[in-house]
Design a protein around this ligand. Structure first.
Ligand SMILES: Nc1ncnc2c1ncn2[C@@H]1O[C@H](COP(=O)(O)OP(=O)(O)OP(=O)(O)O)[C@@H](O)[C@H]1O
Ligand SMILES: [Mg+2]
Length: 355
């Protein structure tokens, strides 16, 4: 498998509406993808994910900027010459052709011999886990199977880059989970460079080597899943990647490797430094960075306990709003609904974020 790198350099896409007003769909973004990497463009609806993907595919021309595939600027190269395949939300299979003919279609266009083509179809069906499905009509397949055929059809022409635009949104929750794992397995087995668009953070966390988190046409943060989840650079990223609670703090001192902060009457040593200069900071705590503790500085009252078997979720009213803390079973039966509790932080995994 040929593995390519991509470099997106300062691309901007401006659309015009009927009155010639500018719509800045993508606003001066840059990121790089190393060969064989799985990169996700993640962000809320309308943030410019699809537009970015379409510019990489060549369906849309950037208003400004460059797109390099292996150091060649492809901005002026038409889509069919970019050696890229794309998988969409709708599978787009031809209903009157068999599964085998659907997959072989791109090979036929490329004038590949029948024997060679049949061999490739067989091999790709094995990779997507649908060996022996050649003669089935697409309509007889389940949604997940159809999506695998769409993936097989994209892969069989051996493109250099595989693009996905929300490919799993039409599937039910369970199937989506299975296909997520399948897509990752197949991408790693084939070794292809992939870009995946989604607004689903769980999908991004499970699939990606690297996440590019976007908002309003701009990039908020680039990093591996752990970084983006554990070290959000701002409140938006923190909230987009999962449950997080913010506490107002005073930064007392920034040392070489740690920051001294004050929350109420308590001083904490946070083993990281603020990433950005700001007038005010908050402490961002995921639920795992909070614990019920008799000498914690935050006072609260247990509102609801949700029992989940291996753990329970405690919803606690505090002066900072409702906080959720997860407690592993077996839990202290004295901590019942209506009881007052104190809450402390786990400073090691709390994060200083500009307010
Ligand atoms: N052809 C177009 N003409 C005008 N505006 C457009 C066009 N295509 C996209 N836009 C606008 O550009 C912005 C980004 O759209 P885009 O489709 O890239 O978002 P997205 O992140 O893929 O969202 P979603 O998650 O809803 O698919 C939106 O405000 C959209 O309305
Ligand atoms: Mg989109």
């Amino acid at each position: 498998m040929k593995q390519v790198s991509l470099k997106i350099v300062n691309i901007t896409k401006i659309f015009k509406d009927f009155k010639n007003n500018e719509i800045r769909a993508v606003d001066n973004i840059s990121f790089e993808i190393i060969p064989g990497e799985f990169v996700t463009l993640l962000g809320p609806s309308g943030c410019g994910k699809t537009t970015t993907l379409r510019m990489i595919a060549g369906f849309e021309k950037p208003t400004e900027g460059k797109i390099f595939i292996n150091d060649i600027n492809v901005v002026e190269i038409p889509p069919w010459k970019r050696d890229i395949a794309m998988v969409f939300q709708s599978y787009g299979l031809f209903p009157h052709m068999s599964v085998g003919e659907n997959i072989a279609y791109g090979l036929k266009m490329r004038k590949i011999q029948k024997e060679e083509s049949q061999k490739k179809v067989k091999e790709i069906l094995r990779i997507v886990g649908l060996e022996g499905f050649e003669d089935r009509p697409p309509s007889s397949l389940s949604g997940g199977q159809q999506q695998r055929i769409a993936l097989a059809r994209a892969l069989v022409i051996e493109p250099s880059v595989l693009l996905f635009d929300e490919p799993l949104s039409n599937l039910d929750a369970l199937l989506r989970e299975q296909m997520r794992i399948e897509i990752k397995r197949i991408q790693k087995e084939v070794g292809i460079t992939a870009i995946y668009v989604t607004h689903d953070r769980t999908e991004a966390l499970t699939l990606s080597d690297k996440i590019v988190l976007m908002k309003d046409g701009k990039i908020e943060q680039i990093g591996n899943p752990e970084d983006v989840y554990e070290k959000p650079v701002n409140k938006f990223v923190g909230e987009f990647m999962g449950k997080i609670f913010f506490f107002p703090i005073q930064v007392l001192d920034i040392l070489e490797k740690e920051t001294l902060v004050r929350l109420k009457d308590r001083v904490y040593k946070i083993p990281s430094l603020p990433t950005d200069k700001a007038d005010n900071y908050v402490l961002g705590c995921r639920t795992e960075a909070l614990k019920i503790s008799s000498d914690g500085p935050i006072e609260g009252k247990i509102k609801t306990i949700v029992y989940l078997g291996e753990s329970s979720e405690y919803y606690i009213d505090t002066e900072y709003g409702e906080i959720m803390i997860r407690v592993l079973s077996p839990f202290d039966k004295n901590l019942s609904e209506g009881k007052s509790v104190k809450i402390d932080l786990v400073p090691e995994i709390a994060k200083i974020i500009p307010d």
